[in-house]
Design a protein around this ligand. Sequence first.
Ligand SMILES: Cc1ncc(COP(=O)(O)O)c(C=O)c1O
Length: 321
Amino acid sequence: METALEVSNTIGGYFPLHCTGKNDYYPNLIKLNTSRNALGYIIHLKKYTKVYIPYFTCDVMLEPLKRLKIPYQFYKIDAQLEPIIDFEIGKNECLLYNNYFGLKENAAKRLSKLIDNVIIDNAQAFFSKPVVNIDTFYSCRKFFGVPDGAYLQINTNERMELEIDISEGRFSHLIRSIDHGIESSYINFMENEKALTNLGPRTMSKLTHTILCNIDYEFAKQTRIDNFNFLHSKLSAVNEISFEFPDSASPMFYPLLISKPGVKRDLIENKIFTPTYWPNVFNWTTENMLEYKLARDLVPLPIDHRYGLDDMNHMLTKLKI
Ligand SMILES: Cc1ncc(COP(=O)(O)O)c(C=O)c1O
């Protein structure tokens, strides 16, 4: 472990923010600024010549492909949210698969055995440990109050030389929301998301890493499991998702798939905010595709460490289904 002198080059003086924890959840993984840059890192070192990418994903994943001028091809998923592989993956090509919602760890493991060059996007699955030797990345701010940060496991000893990121200027929504609330700082949040666009690959900032080292991961993980299981016990009968949910996963949210317009709008009227995964999918697909339906009808209910079963009950009373 580094000494105080090694960390800050000084002894004494005023106190910085009190973040002295040492809980790095993935101490052996590479620390980067964003997960899209983790994808770029893999493609660069593995010299892939083409990437198969799901229609059902976030468009920022195209940023590194465009930057590195790597051709890509979209693929469809089935009702289990697993790839329909009706194409040949060449020796120098790779397939990117999302561990959707944090509930597709078993599919990720199966694919890792089946396909040579698979890359697992665990942005929605922070607590899903990487499969040995399989290139895998995580995006920290999807699970915790940090503005950026990603972890990467890559199956090579080669490393890229990168500058360290400085994320001090991207904290306004995280700090403001404590005094002023989530809603009044939403604009700051959007600005931060914009600031990450086309941000080049860097290693994770010290500030982000420091905050990550102060999280009670076991509490965060268990709260998600408890909230998820509670919602599932109440909503499984109406949920149109057609695969079995694993018992032990600690997912990003509860994925309620429901073909009824207006569910999200009713929730918003009650100040329950659920995102759309992902708006770009409407541009990439047509109405008859499953991916389009998922983007339209998925209601991702929050289950994170800020909430307990009373909050889950409250949410259920506001769900008009
Ligand atoms: C599934 C998924 N993977 C990756 C990303 C990109 O993560 P980052 O912002 O850390 O690059 C996103 C969205 O931001 C996402 O939804």
